[in-house]
Design a protein around this ligand. Structure first.
Ligand SMILES: C[S@@+](CC[C@H](N)C(=O)[O-])C[C@H]1O[C@@H](n2cnc3c(N)ncnc32)[C@H](O)[C@@H]1O
Length: 537
């Protein structure tokens, strides 16, 4: 994400403008009437090629990895009139005193301007807020020629709230962008043998998702800042919500349409209660103070938790708000009990597809073997509360999971018992310890076996690391162990592509398939499953 430290305007997207198709897009409130205001130019603003808040008309070519439009100056009006370089937006109201044509004549040929909330093919009006060496960044002011792929966002805060980037885009286009994002990440790594688009495309499948493109998120973590003193003994909470796009300021969110209905009901109740408590001075908690830059003690806010669990016995939704409370989520008939503050996947609709993807890949016959020989050992690295290992248990002889969070590793072991699964063991340690110093197995019948001695050609290793990917030490160890198949699930396709380069070039694996999942519709986030098979000698 770009540095937003000197960008102070984006939070004020409260007015609605109307584009040519009649659909509305957000405008900054301070655009109208700007001529009468003296605008504060941020101290670090680089004044070339555009002055601060210079208005441009852009044609959007593509979307960047952040989901922002990459456009260039749209000069059609001038091209068709007098042939000179120009801009369809006037800058009479900017305070820099720059003459529009003088500015535009100095802009390098094909200069790129990046704008959020736009789509390829659109012509938009935008306002510059930052210049870099290679491009500028601008706020969207108006969509002049909308794309056919533009849709009305369900959330009135789309464009203000930093949570969603794509509510203005048809879901099919969102998924195409996600597939392409994965493709570009792999191509950028120039992985040996996979340098051409063709070689990637024959392995890469279109992003899959479900019809639940809103109201799917089973976890929400809104924030609030400490209440503001309004008078004697009078306090008020400002926003309860999420960070604004390009800013650390919070936007007040009353309802989040990507979260489940039950979470929104609970969220509204909690908001009411917090406002009431703040008014009565009950949120000014002296224990939760920290020093500010001037070394004064200041009150701090908090991050709330709303997590939807399985329904209760009467079929009523259950929403947990205490980080320490235990909750249960059932996936494909297996119950996972975990502390609400611990990791668990956030989309109940897509997770079964991900589990199916992992199991289908894991159970493919081993290449080069008799056609019916399938792996029988399953190692789940970064296993959390046991999602993949426990889901695979009925199909494998033995499953082992490793997880650095001790509580989560214990939950995984307890979940095996809860589901009467006896062939899974979970280790509380960093994945780096797996093949070098793993503890003895305690599963009856396997006490003599060591993880590092599992037969290589019968073993599948599943990786599901955090966004930063796997460490070099872990990968070295994995390559030395050399399992038949590696199945890599990731929420960070860029670090996954980096690790894939090592898996192919150093580990000696082929890429079998690449399957992105739309775990977070309306956002730029994508989950991706890559399958690797040891190259035949
Ligand atoms: C993306 S989550 C996946 C969890 C699980 N596979 C699931 O789908 O529920 C990543 C997990 O890796 C764990 N983790 C992070 N660093 C680790 C490490 N070095 N070794 C083992 N586990 C780690 C985190 O605690 C977290 O539970």
């Amino acid at each position: 994400m770009s540095d937003d430290s000197d960008h102070d305007a984006i939070g004020d997207l409260t007015k609605e403008g109307t584009n040519l198709s009649g659909s509305s897009v957000p405008l900054h409130t301070n655009v109208a009437g700007a001529s009468s205001m003296v605008e504060r130019v941020p101290p670090k603003f680089v004044p070339a090629p555009f002055p601060y808040h210079f208005q441009v008309t852009l044609k959007i070519d593509t979307l960047s990895d952040m989901g922002w439009g990459r456009g260039h100056l749209f000069t059609e009006r001038y091209d068709t009139n007098d042939g000179s370089k120009g801009n369809t937006t006037t800058n009479d109201d900017i305070t820099t005193g720059s003459d529009e044509k003088t500015v535009l004549d100095k802009v390098p040929e094909n200069w790129e301007v990046r704008v959020p909330l736009v789509l390829p093919g659109e012509v938009v009006k935008a306002r510059i807020f930052k210049n870099f060496d290679s491009h500028s960044e601008a706020d969207l002011m108006e969509v002049i020629q909308p794309s056919e792929d533009r849709v009305d966002p369900q959330c009135p805060l789309a464009g203000t709230c930093g949570g969603c980037q794509f509510q203005h885009m048809k879901i099919d286009r969102q998924r195409e962008w996600k597939t392409d994002f994965v493709r570009r990440g792999i191509v950028a790594q120039a992985i040996q043998g996979y340098t051409s688009l063709n070689s990637i495309d024959e392995k890469l499948f279109p992003t899959v998702g479900t019809d639940e493109i809103y109201h799917y998120r089973n976890k929400l973590t809104p924030h609030y800042q400490a209440p503001v003193k309004m008078g004697d003994d009078e306090y008020e909470l400002e926003a309860i919500g999420f960070q604004q796009i390009l800013s650390r300021k919070l936007v007040d969110v009353e309802d989040c349409p990507i979260a489940t209905p039950a979470i929104n009901i609970k969220f509204k109740e909690t908001r009411r209660s917090l406002h009431e408590q703040a008014k009565n001075g009950l949120l000014n908690n002296k224990k939760r103070r920290r020093k500010n830059r001037r070394s004064r003690n200041v009150d701090v806010g908090a991050t709330l938790l709303f997590r939807q669990a399985d329904n209760d016995e009467d079929g009523n939704p259950v929403v947990v708000t205490d980080y320490n409370e235990y909750m249960t989520t059932t996936v494909k008939g297996i119950k996972f009990r975990y502390q609400a503050g611990n990791f668990f996947q956030n989309n109940d609709y897509v997770v079964p597809l991900m589990v199916d993807g992992v199991l289908e890949a894991a159970l493919q016959p081993v290449s080069g073997s008799d056609s019916d020989k399938v792996p029988s050992y399953f190692i789940d690295c970064y296993c959390g509360s046991g999602l993949f290992a426990l889901s695979a248990s009925s199909k494998f002889k033995l499953c082992v999971g490793i997880e650095v969070n001790e509580k989560a590793a214990k939950e995984a072991g307890d979940n095996a018992k809860l589901n009467n699964i006896s062939n899974c063991q979970f280790v509380a340690a960093s994945a780096e310890a797996l093949f070098t110093s793993s503890p003895a197995l305690t599963i009856p019948g396997f006490e003599e076996q060591k993880i590092q001695d599992f037969p290589r050609d019968e073993t599948v290793v599943v990786l599901d690391p955090p966004r930063k990917g796997c460490s070099g030490t872990f990968l070295e160890q994995l390559f030395a162990y050399s399992p038949q198949r590696i199945i890599y699930m990731s929420c960070g396709p860029s670090t996954q592509a980096r690790d894939a380069k090592g898996i192919v070039e150093i580990g000696g694996y082929d890429i079998v398939s690449i399957q992105p999942y739309d775990l977070f519709p309306q956002t730029k986030h994508v989950e991706c499953l890559m399958v690797f098979e040891k190259k035949a000698k």
